[in-house]
Design a binder for this molecule. Structure first.
Ligand SMILES: Nc1ncnc2c1ncn2[C@@H]1O[C@H](COP(=O)(O)OP(=O)(O)OP(=O)(O)O)[C@@H](O)[C@H]1O
Length: 547
């Protein structure tokens, strides 16, 4: 301790002596200068300080000039770029020779500006290619993002990336890679999407598509969903933007690509789905909520029965039964959830919402899939408890982001790389944002010619008839179907049908009872709601149920 103290004291003495010495030299120097120049003390001090500051400034200028000269002789920006290897902890050895890294400058600048890669990171030119999109609508950049970054970094900033290329989000599309998390395929369109119409696909193209095609991608390729089994779709958009055309195309594609299924159609617009009436298990053209409710009752009944069969199979340790898929398609659904403010009306609307929710939520196991369309996607047009159940959503042009949220979900704009349907061009009919499994895609529905749709419908109808003839056991129902088909009618009054089936009773009530007992099917009424009789579609549904 004592040793340490005396060392510190020695230090202080030494430093004090140094300071006194320096002061004495400075003072002596100033005195000499004062005598030599004959100036006052103040002038001598000021002159000395001024000279010292001037010398310091001169030294600084010389240093800057030398550095600039040196910089001009070396590599400029390119040298600065590959600071990347410094960022990348396990960069390959050759990267250490920073001057040899080839840089894809355009992508690097755009991605860095968008914040998809760091300001000090690069896209390597030897890991990037650019090719023309087959349909000529733009280019496709295929590249690797720097180590430590992934495809998702670009996806999350896609709007900003498009902006960095002076384009909108609508012009940009990303495709994930299956081989490498760092690989990005960025498609950039030259013109706004769907500026030119792509031809509707052929039957072969629809059949070859892995899943159900719903429309074209912005590149012209077919876009769709891998399956419509256990799914449901909500389609929204303003009036005249292409909803009905989209759904007509969807049914057509299902008929071509899907095998056997049943259609329940509720045509709230009266003639939007008429082309498919002939092959529908049940077709209704009405805006009456009671009709919708009766369809929901029928399908919820079928769903419950299917659940019962699944339960039995589990109890008996058998494989679950395979059901024929059913599609309920409702055009202009909002009307069916509306009410007239009366107590009964409100009660009916509440019941319908609960039944619709139940049907859509049970589609998973019962294979009864629902497609609802609405041209009035206002906040309460389709109840939230129904809307929330839809797995796929398609929003065509709407006037505001708020309306888009009604169709796509309240949190839609917080999802990855959303597309705002309010920014779509309403003049380009049929384009919309498809939101499925958490990802958004811009697609445009097909616009098939009437002849194409009629051809597909007729083919399916003929196929079903021949299957029916072969598979249905001979029965009065089959006899009635064959009779009605031979006459080319969709409806036959009870009186005529009873006679044809050999019922000789002439009193209407007794004759009607005998006929319905023979057929095992309840009668209905003709389109005018006056004449009692049987519809071909009902008899076919009954016949199918016996198979
Ligand atoms: N994909 C498409 N390509 C080209 N034209 C289309 C496309 N989809 C729809 N159209 C045209 O746009 C117009 C409106 O279509 P559609 O009737 O399907 O609209 P909507 O949304 O169902 O209308 P609304 O709500 O008024 O019933 C029609 O003339 C139709 O031919």
């Amino acid at each position: 301790m004592a040793g340490k103290k005396s060392a510190t004291q020695d230090d202080i003495y030494g430093q004090s002596a140094g300071v006194i010495g320096t002061l004495a030299i400075v003072f002596g120097g100033l005195a000499a200068l004062k005598d030599a120049l004959g100036l006052s003390w103040a002038a001598t001090v000021l002159l000395t300080v001024g000279v010292l500051v001037g010398l310091g400034y001169l030294a600084w200028r010389i240093r800057v000039a030398v550095e600039r000269l040196r910089a001009r002789g070396g590599q400029p920006a390119a040298v600065a770029a590959p600071q990347t290897p410094v960022q990348e902890p396990d960069a390959p050895e050759e990267d250490e020779d920073v001057e040899h890294v080839p840089v894809e400058w355009e992508l690097t600048a755009a991605l860095a500006a968008a914040g998809a890669i760091g300001k000090d990171q690069i896209i390597r030119a030897d890991e990037a290619t650019v090719t023309e999109i087959k349909t000529g609508v733009g280019v496709s950049h295929d590249f690797l993002v720097p180590k430590g970054r992934t495809y998702e970094d670009v996806e999350k900033r896609l709007s900003a990336v498009a902006g960095a290329f002076h384009l909108s989000r609508m012009h940009a599309k990303l495709e994930p890679s299956r081989d490498n998390e760092r690989r990005v395929k960025l498609l950039l369109l030259r013109e706004p999407p769907f500026t030119h119409e792509f031809p509707a696909p052929t039957r072969q193209e629809i059949q070859a598509f892995p899943g159900v095609p719903l429309g074209h991608e912005v590149t012209g390729e077919l876009a769709g969903v891998p399956t419509f089994e256990k799914a449901s779709l909500l389609v929204g958009g303003m009036t005249q933007v292409g909803k009905t055309t989209f759904v007509n195309a969807l049914i057509t594609c299902l008929l071509i690509a899907y095998g056997e299924f049943e259609l329940y159609l509720l045509d709230g617009k009266f003639c939007g789905l008429t082309k498919f009436e002939k092959i529908a298990t049940r077709y209704e053209s009405s805006d009456d909520p009671a009709v919708f409710e009766s369809m929901l009752d029928e399908l919820n009944g079928r769903s419950d029965s299917r659940y019962g069969q699944i339960k039995n199979a589990i109890r008996e340790r058998k494989a679950p039964p395979k059901f024929k898929p059913v599609f309920l398609i409702v055009d202009e659904a909002a009307d069916f959830f509306a009410h007239d403010e009366s107590r009964e009306g409100k009660e009916q609307a509440r019941r319908i919402a609960a039944k619709a929710r139940s049907l859509v939520s049970k589609s998973l196991e019962s294979q009864i899939n629902t497609v609802l369309m609405s041209q009035r996607p206002a906040h309460n047009a389709i109840p939230v408890m129904v809307r929330d159940q839809f797995m796929y959503r398609l929003c065509l042009y709407v006037a505001s982001s708020g309306t888009a949220k009604v169709v796509l979900g309240d949190t839609y704009f917080e999802t990855v790389a959303p597309i705002n349907p309010a920014l779509l061009n309403p003049e380009i009919k049929g384009q919309g944002v498809l939101f499925a499994t958490g990802r958004s895609r811009l697609i445009r529905g097909f616009n098939f010619s009437d002849e194409f749709i009629w051809g597909v419908v007729d083919e399916v109808h003929a196929r079903r008839q021949s299957v029916l003839e072969k598979e249905i056991p001979d029965s009065p129902v089959k006899q009635a179907i064959v009779l009605m088909r031979s006459k080319g009618v969709e409806f036959m009054p009870s009186a005529d049908l009873a006679l044809a089936l050999g019922i000789t009773e002439t009193r209407p009530v007794a004759r009607g009872k005998a006929l319905s007992a023979l057929l095992g099917v309840a009668p209905g009424k003709d389109d005018g709601g006056v004449v009692r009789g049987y519809r071909l579609a009902d008899l076919m549904a009954a016949a199918n149920a016996t198979r």
